[in-house]
Design a binder for this molecule. Structure first.
Ligand code: SF4
Length: 95
């Protein structure tokens, strides 16, 4: 390592040290939408779909790993709904 590389590396390292730990993104498990959540109630969200072929996992608003037990939903940013769930907004995913 020559002097120039050492100075570059030192500068980069110094920058890393100055980032407060509290600013680092910490991966957290998404919150599951509760059926008694006011928005969920307004949308008629349930964790078990009353419709045989309609559920959150095949809804146009669903996102993320649609094969998982809990999936993301555009209507509940930062939260997850049950893949087997359903609400009044359900519409089929585009083919
Ligand atoms: S919009 Fe779709 S994915 Fe979101 S809760 Fe309703 S049915 Fe489930």
């Amino acid at each position: 390592m020559n002097r120039r590389d050492f100075i570059k590396l030192s500068g980069a390292s110094a920058g890393l040290v100055l980032i407060p730990v509290s600013n680092l993104a910490v991966a957290q498990a998404p919150v599951h939408v509760a059926v008694d959540d006011p928005q969920a109630k307004a949308l008629g969200y349930v964790e078990q779909s009353p419709e045989a072929k309609s559920n959150c996992a095949n809804c146009a608003q669903a996102k993320g790993d649609l094969a998982a037990e809990w999936v993301g939903c555009n209507l509940f940013p930062g939260k997850e709904v049950k893949g087997a769930g359903w609400c009044k907004v359900w519409s089929p995913r585009p083919v």
